[in-house]
Design a binder for this molecule. Structure first.
Ligand SMILES: Nc1ncnc2c1ncn2[C@@H]1O[C@H](COP(=O)(O)OP(=O)(O)O)[C@@H](O)[C@H]1O
Ligand SMILES: [Mg+2]
Length: 315
């Protein structure tokens, strides 16, 4: 498979319900072997987008391409390339794990028991093949849902908040499986979440959605590599305004300290010179590590020109 050709693509995807625009002009591409994090707060439009990607609802405008097949023109041909969990996996609790898999496998024309058993191995459930799903923990059910989604060897997995409600170990299990599917089996994984930390640990790239629009898209490493300067002065609001006007930088005030995102070649020394020239005392100044969370809240606070930071896929 050519890793430079997107396996999943949204072009100007929009959804309007009545007079309300829920998703607006979304564009993104996901490549084989890549984990794409679709990150946004509750109500941002993640599930609506995923329902369009998986053909549960029709877009008002725009198109979805799966494996270069236009979903609108060849629904069946496009959908056979995806595996998905939207909302909770549909499982029969009075059937065993294997019986559950067989139910779904039949629909996909897969009945080979060894094949299904291997899927259970892949999701870490080999010893529970004969156990009734009613006795499963949420994490086990979610992993069985993943096995179900993998039936038929899809090229792309589409998962809507698969970590929701899981304990840390349950999250780690899912994370390890997804990373192995992407890196070892070259699968593309599109995963939505409102959990920033989780995305930071798993995604190669993230698209950040807020109010139905993608407000930033970048490799996680690039989003995190912007340098942040923390600055303590007597009058942070006025000083921040001065710096923002002088250097055209983005900044916020957190716990009484100015947090500045250094860009365009502007360095700490430039800030110090400016403040010295205005006789502003600096009580403390230092570079700080950024968390995705800081970036996220700053982006959501000021939906500015971050789209100029969009990058194409990893390879
Ligand atoms: N069927 C619907 N009718 C009206 N509004 C809806 C419908 N589905 C979703 N919405 C609204 O669209 C917005 C996005 O919802 P959703 O896609 O579920 O967001 P997320 O999954 O990011 O939490 C929310 O404001 C929600 O209330
Ligand atoms: Mg949702």
């Amino acid at each position: 498979m050519n890793n430079n050709i997107p396996i999943l693509e949204a072009r100007n995807l929009s959804k309007t319900l009545g007079s309300k625009t829920i998703v607006s002009n979304l564009c993104f591409k996901v490549y084989p072997g890549e984990i794409y994090g679709f990150l946004g707060p509750n109500g941002a439009g993640k599930t609506t987008t995923i329902r369009m990607l998986t053909s549960l609802i029709f877009p008002t405008m725009g198109d979805v391409y799966i494996n270069a097949i236009k979903l609108k023109e060849n629904r069946e041909g496009a959908l056979k390339n995806i595996g998905c969990i939207v909302e909770n996996p549909e499982l029969y609790k009075y059937l065993t794990a294997m019986e559950n898999l067989k139910q779904f496998a039949r629909l996909k024309g897969q009945t080979n028991e060894d094949y299904l058993y291997n899927l259970l191995v892949k999701v870490g459930l080999p010893n529970t093949a004969d156990q009734k799903v009613g006795t499963f923990s949420l994490g086990m059910r979610q992993r069985l849902g993943l096995a179900q989604a993998l039936i038929g060897n899809p090229k792309v997995l589409i998962l809507d908040e698969p970590m929701n409600g899981l304990d840390p170990q349950g999250m780690k299990d899912i994370r390890d499986i997804l990373i192995s599917l992407a890196k070892e089996d070259n699968m593309a994984v599109f995963i939505s979440s409102h959990l920033l930390h989780e995305m930071q640990m798993i995604a190669d790239r993230v698209g950040i959605i807020n109010n139905g629009k993608i407000i930033a898209e970048d490799q996680v490493s690039a989003l995190l590599s912007d340098k942040t300067l923390s600055l303590k002065v007597d009058e942070p609001e006025r000083t921040l305004a001065l710096i923002v006007n002088s250097f055209n930088l983005n900044g916020t005030i957190k716990n009484g300290e100015i947090q500045l995102e250094l860009r365009n070649g502007i360095e700490m020394a430039d800030i110090i010179r400016l403040l010295a020239s205005r006789n502003i005392d600096i009580q403390d100044i230092r570079m700080v590590d950024q968390e995705l969370e800081d970036i996220f809240f700053r982006l959501v606070d000021n939906e500015t020109s971050y789209l100029d930071k969009r990058v194409e896929g990893v390879r």
